[in-house]
Structures are given as C-alpha cells and as structure tokens.
Design a protein around this ligand. Sequence first.
Ligand code: DON
Length: 311
Amino acid sequence: MTIDLATLARAVQSAYDEHHAAPGGDNASYIPYLAKVPSGLAGLAVVTVDGDVLTAGDSDFRFAIESISKVCTLALALDDVGPDVVQAQVGADATGLPFNSIIALELHHDKPLSPLVNAGAMSTVSLVKAASVEDRWQRILAMQSALAGAPLELSDEVNQSEQTTNAHNRAIAWLLYSAGVMYCDPMEACDVYTRQCSTLITAAQLATIGATLAAQGVNPVTKNKVLLEGHTRYVLAEMTMEGMYGSSGDWAYTVGLPAKSGVGGGILAVVPGVMGIAGFSPPLDAAGNSVRGQLMVADVAKAMGYNLYAG
Ligand code: DON
C-alpha cells in the first residue's frame, strides 16, 4: 500500500494538537514511580512498514513499557514453543475482567486464558526457553530491543518500585503454580515479568514494535527479521482480544485495530501490512488505558481510514 506521507504527517500533527491536553484520567498510583511521572506529557508516533517515522509532541520521552512488554514476550514464546502450546498451556481468549484479576482464574479453572493479562503474561514468561533466570531475562530484553529497533534498558528505579510493591502478582504466580500452569519457578517468572515491565521506551520505539508486527516480523527500521514467519497473526489476534483489557470490545467496535496498552501511559496499535501507531500520556481511564493515548491513536487511524472491519 502506498502511503501519502504528507497526509499522514498532517494526521499525526492534528491528532496530537487536538488531544494532547485532553482532560480526564489519573496516573497509575499502585506503582509509586508511575504516580510521579508528569501527567502533562503526551507524545505520538507512527512508523510505517517502509521505515518512515512521523512524530509529534513528547515522542522521545522514555516511559515505562509496562504491559506492552507482554506483546514482546508472547512473540518470543510463540517462536520458542509454537502457537499450539501457547494456546493449550496459557490460553488465547479474553477474560472480560481487569488485568490483574484473581476472579478470572477462579472462573476459568485456573487457566490464565490470555498472555496479555498479568496471570497469562507470567505463565508466558515461564514458557520462554531459558537456562537460568538471567538467560530468561536477557532473551526477553533482547526481543523487546529487536522489535523496537533500539537497545532498550531496564530502569532500576521503575524495577525497584515494582519489585517492592508486586505482592499481588506474586500471589497470582503462586496460584498459577498450584494449578500447574506455571512452567518454571513461580518467583522467577514473577521477577522476570516485573523486570520486563520496567524497561523504558519512547513512543517512536513503540511504534517501531508495531511496524515490525505490521511487517510480518521484519523490523522496517533495522531490516532485521525478528520473528518467525507466520507468527505475528497470533500476537495481533491476542491484542484484539485482550490488548485493551475490559475496553477491548469497545476499542474493536470503534477503532477496529489490534492494540495494547500499559499503565505507564503507552498504547500501541497495529495496522497490519501498513504501520504501527503509538501514543503516550500518563493519565489512565478506569480500565487502565491512557486517555489521551487512545484519543490520539484513534484519531490517526480514523483520519487515514484504517479499520480492519471497515473493508
Ligand atoms: O504487573 C503490573 O500490574 C504492571 N507491571 C503492568 C500492568 C499494566 O500495564 C496493565 N496495563 N494497562
């Protein structure tokens, strides 16, 4: 598909201008670091499958990747054990409940269902092939970096903030272990999961992850083949099912693109075969999705006529 870059640049700037100061929402506060990030920050970025990069606002500000990391680890697990094992041993369905729900486990016979909620993400971390804790962590970090086209780094400050407040996730990890759906030591999985949430990323790098998923796993910026042939479809399907948590259905209904949010304020949408669109702004709505990020990303998609279900 040929993209008119001048039209795209106008769409990005206009979505930013319109929504970068939209009211509503609050920073996540259950992770102390996130509560301190300036709420007024907002950035927007698009990376096309041809490697064109368009940005507006604070697109170079490094924020915590948080739950968007789940997309990268899912991609790695798919390459390691294949889509059938991920579906059988973690699941591939929406929970319909908040991202850290324990009730969701109870309701579904202790199966996490989705690799994109906290329970399923820790289970997915445990499926990654690794010889040690450090190997597991380094392989996940390498996958994040390869998808983003840049060497991402752990923020010790974010990690410290999360590791000291993640009792709820540790409890989930033990529940998964007792149910037989944790495939390495549960505290190892929780530790590495917490680290994967604590890397810093810019909106432009996030959009590159999206562009790589849009381009069948070939990073359009580095030109490296990051994922095995045919695996991006499973990642995108999961993003559609659960990427926006309790709002995933509404997002599919109104915007019609696979997307993934994080409580750091990031949101990534993918237009398969075309581009990644990433927004960032810390205030979140009740489902845990960035208020301004959703508005900015949805606006670019609408202006460019991208909606998977619109024909
Ligand atoms: O495990 C947690 O709760 C956080 N590290 C990540 C949660 C998250 O980003 C959910 N996103 N909307």
